[in-house]
Design a protein around this ligand. Sequence first.
Ligand code: PNS
Length: 167
Amino acid sequence: MTQSTTQETVAIYPGSFDPLTSGHVDLVQRGLVMFDKVVVAIAENVRKTPLFSVEERRAHILKAVSDPRVEVDSFSGLLVDYVHRRGARIVLRGLRALADFEYEFQLAHMNRRLGAGIDTIFLMTSEKDFFVSSSLVKEVAQFGGAVDSLVPPIVAAALKKKFGRKG
Ligand code: PNS
């Protein structure tokens, strides 16, 4: 007999999301198929200087992924400490083409070493987004290239505004 449980399964999806891309949105949506709740956790203290503030990124995510089972939060310090504070055990990450593998492999193992009981689940980025990264999006937008197919409309508009372009 299958035991039913009332405990919800929560996945923490951490990242810089600077900016949010269509690949990120796809991952959240696919995460919702597997988990009761997905917490999109914006990392505040990554080494890079962000283009968008945490509040701007939070607004982009909330607009692009409006689902009652998605929560948007931010954290500073170690990811494993945040995951523990949330009482969660699962970290969700996307895996693009080969280039991501080594970094993600290190990250997942370091987090496993640091955080007892925390594991990372990877979803392959969908084939339409496998080449899309936030840094490439920023570069393309900065030089006036079209990013509309790479990011949600709210982010495309914010990038145009940031880089002083109309419409
Ligand atoms: O979107 P990104 O920049 O690839 O996300 C990387 C992120 C934020 C998940 C990673 O840098 C992180 O977890 N930072 C928090 C600090 C931390 O825990 N570092 C040690 C992980 S090995």
